[in-house]
Design a protein around this ligand. Sequence first.
Ligand code: NAI
Length: 438
Amino acid sequence: MKICMIGAGYVGLVSAACFSEFGFDVTCVDNNPERLKQMEEGRSPIYEPGLDDLMARNIAAGRLRFSGDLGPAVKAADIVFLAVGTPMRRGDGHADLSYVYGAVEELAPYLDGFTVITTKSTVPVGTSREIQRRLAALRPDAEYAVCSNPEFLREGSAIQDFTHPDRVLVGLDDARAQEVMEKLYKPLSIRNAPVMFVSRESAELAKYAANAFLALKISFINEIADLCEEVGANVQEVASAIGKDRRIGDKFLHPGPGYGGSCFPKDVSAIIRTARESKSPLSIIEQVQIVNDERKIAMAGRIVKAANGSVRDKTIAVLGVTFKPNTDDMRDAPSLVIVPMLQERGATVRVYDPQGQKQAEPLLPGVTWCADANDAILGADVAVVLTEWNEFRALDLKAARARMSGDVLVDLRNIFSADAARAAGLRYHSIGRPVSAD
Ligand code: NAI
């Protein structure tokens, strides 16, 4: 079976590499010349653990190749995936579908024989139907079925998530397409991964509903963390107690500086738009969006407060700027709100991120980039943990205190223990836990 993957980003490239690992013949098409050049040289243009090796193995086996020309790949394909971006549209906050429909127009002339065309991108409910309508106008003669196959992988553990999914969700209304999709996901269903066939509308909406629910969980625990601070409770104890209840579950109950990333903010915004347009507003999710926006601003305020009320002429070391660890993705990262606010209040900011510097450099002007965490904290009045990269967990706090000129550690990810920080002579501020006695 031949697959054409249009869009070689975090989702498209990982999916393409994993499908080729299953033994399928995959051509990954991208129109970004820089990304294409790197992939043609066998290098991943994104940081994702394990991806370089997976690519190398399958390129060498002749099952995975890259191209800037979708014509031949679409012509030969049994399945064409659309894995292009669906960013937030400026102005109304809906999903911008211009890349999806642009790709549909590009591929239409090359459809040859029965082809399954399926979105892997996150697209609003009704998009499959609209793609079908457009294709019917562009290629009334062609044989195809349009499906929805939303992707649930997480950056940082994308290969594991793709190959061991909680479920595979396929929305379709065509028996021939179902046969093709069953064959495609056989390597997973044989290992007992649930492959669910549902309507296209259900598949499209389920992806947004899942992300909205996860965003809700994060905002919920962030507000509980604030309450913990006021009443003297410890959010980690509260989260672990409620998480034992299987109706609640223990995942996504870590408080922090607010959710970010390439999915939650834009998907929350898009489902709010869909719901309003459908005259069935999601008032809870609208509030989640407000809570999260306010959270990032509040976290900058918390750093200022920890610095005795002012960061003017102070040096702040920021450890981690990506929206989460194990990715270089900077899209909608909380750091993009917090760091500029500190700069506006007169702080000098020194930053270290294990993988994010290249993407972050143009987005965070005026900061000093440092070679590692120890370099970043040198001479700092305040050190802030913004992203919980594992390498920060082993930081020697006593040595860190000695390198700093101040003694304030703001841990927005709760990776250190208050006792250890205090023993190192630091004034320690974390989230939702008893404040360090200064
Ligand atoms: P991305 O921005 O990393 O990659 C999209 C790629 O598509 C880019 O390399 C771009 O050059 C390429 N592209 C755009 N138009 C093209 C065209 N006409 N022909 C060829 N290539 C084209 O995006 P990412 O993060 O991979 O997301 C893709 C979709 O998957 C989005 O809808 C997103 O919401 C969804 N998604 C993303 C997840 C993530 O963790 N990043 C997880 C689950 C879903």
